[in-house]
Design a protein around this ligand. Structure first.
Ligand SMILES: Nc1ncnc2c1ncn2[C@@H]1O[C@H](COP(=O)(O)OP(=O)(O)OP(=O)(O)O)[C@@H](O)[C@H]1O
Length: 447
């Protein structure tokens, strides 16, 4: 049983959810606005947050931000529409545990919720690396990734894993740990994006009683908890300058100093850092210390996006996630239909493996036969570009309309040529992805 804060403005839906969660022995408190959500967080402690993205006075990310001030910050799940998957990706970067797309399927929610609560427990100090199903992939790009993981694993060098959200950086870090001589010791993952400036030092290095208001007793930090093992710093670019200085010292001198304490403590941890951003750019912008960058960057591994992994990996991963969801949900699903595979191959997966896992899990939940078909896909994934064309007003004869019609036609052509790989299409069109998305929205192309 967990105490859950649900922030959702649709009252009918929130009542339904509340009833459903209560039936599963959870205690639920419902708030309808960002303001109410933040004020509830100030007064009470919750084990999990369930946040609607669009709220009348703002969005769920604002509540998420306020939750980072809590020690420890509770895991949060964002509920969002499929079209807002990019927002969800942003939420994950800000420390959300996961997202689910609306309309929310209660069984799916329960699954994600239990996973979040389980993971919360695992993250408590001294947790060993939990067993996990790591799929290597079989395309050339995936082989290269695994080769690098194997190569660095037996050493003690610091590693930066760079890749888009949901590409499997934490999984890659766990793999390095499991293949290393530290495998028998703890693997501790810290989501630096989820820590406030104030809490980050105490979370990493610990504190002594009385160090600040609320420090009621000595607390060991994660450096000590991971002793002999591996510390995974996710979204390392989010650490404040002050914490970066302390981290550098910990890495260089292998000693840490708990907040408010005078006695240095020796540490022995291997650091693996992950980032979505190009940290070097952050160095140039002055938001990330250059000396720390070099210290962390003893070896850098690019974790490929799902688009880059190629079709055979897409099949491999979707089979894996389908089987995984079928086992978890006790359903007899054998696979996905050919039509679904075709749609998958045209979609560009901005949320990468996490999004593929979420989409397949939902499909397994909704499927009634042995094969999950097109009808179980989120509707937005099944719209063809030519369907949009028929909805558009007829092309005018003025120059502006002609130019736009040409532009639209050209974008569609390039999208087709690239099999709807939007990154590649943007490259070919010599525009950035955001511009391409804007133009697609303008012309009603939404594959
Ligand atoms: N190699 C893999 N084999 C099987 N599943 C994987 C693998 N990599 C990732 N996944 C799945 O994708 C999900 C997201 O992976 P992970 O959390 O490692 O991504 P990430 O890159 O660290 O994300 P973020 O940047 O948002 O922190 C995992 O929970 C898991 O379900």
């Amino acid at each position: 049983m967990a105490t859950i804060l649900l922030v959702e403005d649709d009252t009918t839906f929130s009542q339904l959810l509340e009833g459903f969660l209560k039936k599963h022995d959870h205690h639920v408190e419902v708030k309808n606005t960002v303001k109410q959500g933040i004020s509830a967080l100030e007064k009470n402690t919750y084990e999990l947050l369930l946040l609607d993205y669009r709220l009348p006075d703002g969005n769920g990310l604002e509540v998420l931000k306020a939750a980072r001030e809590k020690d420890p910050p509770p895991p949060a799940i964002i509920m969002t529409s499929f079209n807002d998957v990019r927002t969800a990706v942003k939420a994950i970067r800000m420390g959300a545990f996961d997202y689910i797309t609306k309309p929310v399927n209660p069984e799916e929610l329960l699954l994600v919720l239990n996973e979040a609560l389980r993971k919360k427990e695992q993250r408590e100090p001294t947790g060993r690396a939990a067993s996990f199903d790591f799929i290597r992939g079989k395309g050339a790009v995936s082989n290269k990734l695994y080769e690098y993981l194997e190569l660095v694993a037996p050493t003690d060098i610091a590693v930066i894993l760079q890749g888009e959200s949901g590409t499997g950086k934490e999984y890659a870090a766990r793999t390095i740990h499991m293949l290393s001589k530290r495998a028998g010791k703890p693997f501790i993952a810290i989501d630096c994006g989820a820590l406030s400036k104030e809490l980050a030092s105490s979370e990493l290095f610990g504190h002594v009683k009385g160090a600040f208001t609320g420090a009621l007793q000595d607390k060991k930090g994660q450096f000590e908890a991971a002793s002999g093992g591996t510390l995974f710093l996710d979204e390392v670019g989010n650490l404040s300058y002050e914490v970066q200085v302390k981290l550098l010292r910990a890495l260089q001198e292998k000693i840490i100093q708990p907040v408010g304490g005078n006695t240095p403590v020796r540490t022995d941890v291997r650091i693996i850092a992950a980032t979505n951003d190009d940290l070097l750019q952050n160095v140039e912008k002055g938001t990330f210390r250059e000396d720390l960058y070099h210290r962390l960057n003893e070896f850098k591994i690019d974790v490929p996006s799902l688009r880059e992994r190629g079709g055979s990996d897409l099949t491999l991963f979707s089979n894996h996630f389908t089987a995984q969801a079928a086992a978890e949900l006790g359903k007899e699903i054998k696979g996905l239909s050919e039509e679904v595979r075709e749609i998958f191959s045209h979609y560009d997966w901005p949320g990468n493996l996490r999004e593929l896992r979420n989409v397949t899990r939902r499909m397994v939940l909704l499927a009634s036969g042995e094969i999950a078909g097109r009808e179980t896909l989120p509707e937005e994934m099944t719209i063809q570009p030519d369907q949009h064309q028929s909805h558009l007003p007829p092309v005018g004869t003025d120059l502006k309309s002609l130019k736009e019609a040409n532009e639209k036609e050209h974008i569609l052509k390039v999208l087709e040529e690239t099999r709807y790989n939007k990154s590649l299409a943007a490259k070919m069109l010599n525009i950035d992805r955001t511009t391409l998305y804007n133009k697609m929205a303008k012309y009603g192309i939404s594959l």
